[in-house]
Design a protein around this ligand. Sequence first.
Ligand SMILES: [Cu+2]
Length: 114
Amino acid sequence: MIRLLTLLTVFGLMLSACGKSDEKKDVLAEKAVIKLPTAICGECANTITTAVKKVNGVSAVMVDTDTKLATVEFMPALAKVSDIEQAIVMAGYDANEKKADAAAFEKLPDCCKK
Ligand SMILES: [Cu+2]
């Protein structure tokens, strides 16, 4: 039992240490969570990730098709949430309240069209 507690404590310390260094590194970065109601498969996730990474100022993208959310880290001085939404829209997917670009949606693989 004591052993387990020690392990948990060590693990907890490691986690908090990681969190701190991340904060320092990305002190100017902001995180946005964007709803992706039409993202359904891994191919969707790839397409969206590629599109969002191209936005100037974006440093990290994580798309989860189970929760239908994208977590994006970006520099607010370079990019706005609306820029990121626009990139997703132009890739053929809905982003938050914005509707997918119709022409881009048509070009998606059949499995990705909802
Ligand atoms: Cu798909």
